[in-house]
Design a protein around this ligand. Structure first.
Ligand code: PLP
Length: 300
C-alpha cells in the first residue's frame, strides 16, 4: 500500500536547504527546517507527519493534543487539521481565554476547540487526565505534548536521510526529546553512530529528566550511545531569557541571513558560539546545527 503524501497537499517544501555561516571563524552548516513552510514550524512537521498520515488512513475524525499558550506544536497541528478537515482539540496549560496569544488567535480562526486546564490537570496529561479524555472522546487520536511519540522518530529520521554529507556533530535544541531521539535513532540505523555525535542543547532546566525523555522514546534495539545533552544554556528555564541572550539574538538576526528566537534556536546558536569559544569541537569538525523553526512563538 502506498502511503498518503501530505506534502503537496499542505505545500510543504522538502528537503529543507543546508546553509553555511561563520561563527567564531568556524563554518557551521544549518539545516533550515524553519524554511519548510510559512506556518508549520519545522521540527513539528517532522514529528507529526506519520501520525497524521496514519490518522487520515484510519479515517480518524478528531485529534487532541497538549501544549502551552505559545506552543509551536499546537499551532502546526491545528493548521494541519484544519487543512485536512480533521476536528482538533487543543488542551492548553493555563487560562488564556481573556488574553489570547497570537498562536491561540490563529487556533480560533482555524476553528480549533480550545480547552484551558490548570497546572495540576495538565501534569496528568500522560496519566489520569489522558484516561479521562480517552473515555470522553473514544474516536479521537490523542497526541502527546510536543508531538513526541513513536511516530516522531520516523519523521525526524528523514532529516538525516536528506543530508548532503556526513557530519561529526549534529546539534539540536531539546525540550520534549522527540527531535533528539529521532536523530539518534536514524544515525544508528544508518550505521553512522560512530561517525556523528548528536549533541542536544537543553532549553529548559532538565538535567537527567531530558536524558530520560530521550531514552524512553528510543526503541529497545537502538544501540547508538553517541549522544549527549548539554545543560549549560537553558538561561533559567523554558522560555526564560537574559539580556545577554536577547542581545545575542538581535545581533545574530542583523548579521546573518536567517532569524533565530530566544526560546529554542537562540539558545542553540548561543551554545554553539560559546562551545566554539571554549574549543569544545576538535579542529576541522564538520558541524551541523538543526534550525527547528519556532518563529511564530515570539509574535506579539
Ligand atoms: C518543540 C520545539 C523544539 C523541541 O523539540 P523536542 O522534540 O520537543 O525536543 C525545538 N525547537 C522548536 C522551534 C520547537 O518548536
Amino acid at each position: 500500500m502506498t502511503t498518503t503524501d501530505l506534502t503537496p497537499l499542505l505545500k510543504i517544501i522538502l528537503p529543507s536547504p543546508e546553509q553555511s555561516i561563520l561563527l567564531q571563524g568556524t563554518k557551521i552548516t544549518i539545516k533550515r527546517d524553519d524554511s519548510i513552510h510559512a506556518i508549520i514550524s519545522g521540527n513539528k512537521w517532522r514529528k507529526i507527519k506519520f501520525q497524521l498520515i496514519d490518522a487520515l488512513e484510519q479515517k480518524c475524525p478528531h485529534i487532541i493534543s497538549f501544549g502551552g499558550g505559545f506552543s509551536n506544536h499546537l499551532h502546526a497541528l491545528a493548521y494541519c487539521c484544519r487543512q485536512l478537515n480533521i476536528k482538533f482539540t487543543a488542551i492548553v496549560r493555563g487560562d488564556y481565554s481573556q488574553n489570547l496569544s497570537p498562536m491561540l488567535q490563529d487556533l480560533v480562526s482555524w476553528q480549533s476547540d480550545i480547552r484551558y486546564v490548570n497546572k495540576i490537570t495538565y501534569q496528568a496529561r500522560n496519566s489520569s487526565y489522558l484516561h479521562q479524555l480517552q473515555i470522553e472522546f473514544p474516536q479521537a487520536v490523542i497526541i502527546p505534548e510536543g508531538g513526541s511519540s513513536q511516530y516522531a522518530l520516523e519523521g525526524v529520521g528523514e532529516i538525516v536521510n536528506e543530508l548532503n554529507q556526513e557530519y561529526d556533530f549534529i546539534i539540536a535544541p531539546v525540550a520534549s526529546g522527540g527531535t533528539l531521539a529521532g536523530l539518534i535513532n536514524a544515525l544508528g540505523n544508518k550505521q553512522l553512530a560512530n561517525k556523528t555525535k548528536v549533541l542536544g542543547i537543553g532549553v529548559l532546566k532538565g538535567q537527567n529528566y531530558l536524558e530520560d525523555l530521550v531514552t524512553d522514546l528510543l526503541p529497545p534495539d537502538c544501540h547508538n550511545k553517541n549522544w549527549q545533552i548539554n545543560h549549560d544554556y537553558h538561561f533559567g528555564g523554558y522560555a526564560k531569557k537574559t539580556e545577554e541572550l536577547t542581545q545575542y539574538c538581535t545581533d545574530f538576526n542583523q548579521q546573518q541571513q536567517l532569524d533565530i528566537e530566544p526560546i529554542y534556536s537562540g539558545k542553540l546558536f548561543f551554545a554553539i558560539q560559546d562551545l566554539l569559544h571554549q574549543k569544545y569541537f576538535p579542529k576541522n569538525s564538520r558541524i551541523l546545527a538543526l534550525h527547528t523553526g519556532g518563529l511564530q512563538g515570539v509574535r506579539k
